[in-house]
Design a protein around this ligand. Structure first.
Ligand code: SF4
Length: 454
């Protein structure tokens, strides 16, 4: 049994969930590096193990419990190891987790991840459990990004005011608050100076960005400022709420050359009655009109979505409306889920829960349909030349490079290591469900437009 107290402690971070959690983990890592810690290759070698958790669905919560079960034995062998649970599960059920896994040393809620180093030091000096779970409304200063990332997530706002009936986010991440344009622009400028080419502006609902600032600004204003930052070649953003997608934002997407031709616009259901029950506050007619406006303003734009089947009260007729919408809109791809009630949300209290076998069957039918549509769209794009930002070697084939087109499609192609980090024109030669195989045509001169023909 080792009881050593590390001089230069090693840390290991597990992350589940959305880009906001990815960013939280990176922020924690950055702060720990500043404290003189270094990353461990495996949790068994770490002095500090952190779990950045997600409560949006049942599965990630189950994974966290299972991981904590495995860590029980590791910690028994290394009693000085500090184990912290951060993020949504700490916020939602932290006290219960502590009862089930008494070896947890600290809890850090969603608004308190900046305090993780302080909580670790407190545990190390007192050897007592501690927690920070206040859901304050502040926007805390950020740590520097780790390394020189080719593409980087930049949070522009935190929390959400929408209270969709199935969603725990407003309960665990608190009310909506935005960072100032100046603060975000300074971070993006720093990223550009260290070699970042693509920024992904993230928030639970970026379409309502800036509404809480004084004076209020909007997301189109922010995009315009970021578009002017030298060195940044591409701008993406997520997530958009259909009810808040303004004409002004669509115009900005059309006019700003660095904004990629892709939008993730979660529709969730193709039926107005279910959308009302979900508290989504738009109709299918409104959604279709927004999609038409986007396609008219930004030709070739890829539209992806989230779809939730088996929401309480969903009948076969409601579900068929979702299938019809998928046929009609022809999303480039979709994240598809069967509804699972999350305690604390309005939907968990609703009667008329849909039986599991029915949900499973509907999900399978939906996935089959969407996969067919995705394949048809991808096949129709074979022969096109697309600009690809080369991200690295394909994880599935060491002889190929991989990157994303401006409309967010993965392309694998033969190439050389010196092309990594560059913008390359690639002809799409083969279509698959998850993207394309291609061949390199030319490097894109910085600031020039890619040839987009067939
Ligand atoms: S918009 Fe709805 S689904 Fe998205 S985070 Fe807010 S409450 Fe959740």
């Amino acid at each position: 049994m080792s009881t050593r107290s590390a001089v230069n402690p090693k840390f290991f971070i597990f992350t589940w969930g959305c880009q906001m959690n990815e960013d939280d983990s990176e922020q924690i890592a950055s702060r720990l590096l500043q404290m003189g810690c270094s990353p461990a290759k495996v949790p068994e070698e770490a002095d500090i193990v952190l779990l950045v958790t997600c409560s949006v669905r049942r599965k990630p919560e189950e994974k966290v419990r299972s991981k904590l079960g495995q860590l029980r034995a590791v910690k028994a062998n290394r009693p000085n190891m500090v184990i912290g649970v951060c993020g949504c599960m700490a916020q939602r059920i932290g006290e219960d987790l502590k009862k089930s896994f008494p070896f947890i040393d600290f809890l850090a809620g969603t608004a308190q991840v900046h305090r993780v180093p302080e909580l670790i030091q407190e545990v190390q000096s007192t050897r007592k459990f501690t927690s920070a779970l206040e859901l304050d409304k502040k926007v805390h200063p950020r740590a520097a990004h780790v390394g020189s990332p080719l593409k980087a997530f930049v949070p522009v706002m935190y929390g959400c005011d929408n209270f969709c009936a199935y969603c725990i986010v407003p309960h665990v991440r608190g009310r909506e608050r935005s960072r100032s344009i100046e603060d975000i622009a300074a971070e993006v400028r720093q990223l550009a100076e260290s070699g970042t080419k693509e920024v992904i502006l993230v928030g639970q609902n970026v379409n309502s960005y800036g509404a809480t600032l004084d004076p209020p600004v909007d997301f189109a204003d922010l995009l315009t400022v970021v578009n002017d930052i030298e060195g940044i070649e591409r701008i993406r953003f997520t997530t958009s709420h259909p009810k808040d997608l303004s004409d002004r934002l669509i115009l900005a997407m059309r006019n700003l050359d660095k904004v990629c031709e892709h939008i993730h616009l979660p529709v969730q259901s193709g039926d107005d009655e279910i959308l009302r029950a979900m508290n989504r506050r738009y109709t299918i007619e409104h959604y279709k009109e927004r999609v038409s406006a986007l396609r008219e303003a930004v030709p070739g734009i890829a539209i992806t979505t989230d779809l939730l089947v088996g929401f309480p009260g969903e009948t076969e007729k409601h579900f068929e409306n979702t299938l019809r919408l998928v046929e009609e809109i022809r999303f480039d791809s979709a994240f598809m889920f069967a509804f699972n009630p999350i305690p604390g949300t309005a939907a968990a209290r609703m009667s008329e829960q849909v039986p599991e076998p029915v949900k499973k069957n509907r999900l399978k039918r939906l996935i089959d349909l969407q996969n067919r549509v995705t394949c048809e769209i991808n096949i129709s794009q074979v022969g096109q030349v697309q600009e690809v930002l080369v991200e690295g070697v394909s994880p599935k084939d060491p002889h190929r490079l991989t990157g994303l087109t401006k409309n967010n499609k993965t392309v694998n192609f033969p190439g050389s290591a010196d092309q990594i980090g560059k913008l390359i024109n690639v002809r799409l030669t083969e279509a698959h469900l998850y993207g394309f195989v291609g061949e390199v045509l030319s490097e894109v001169a910085s600031g020039s437009e890619a040839y987009n023909g067939c």
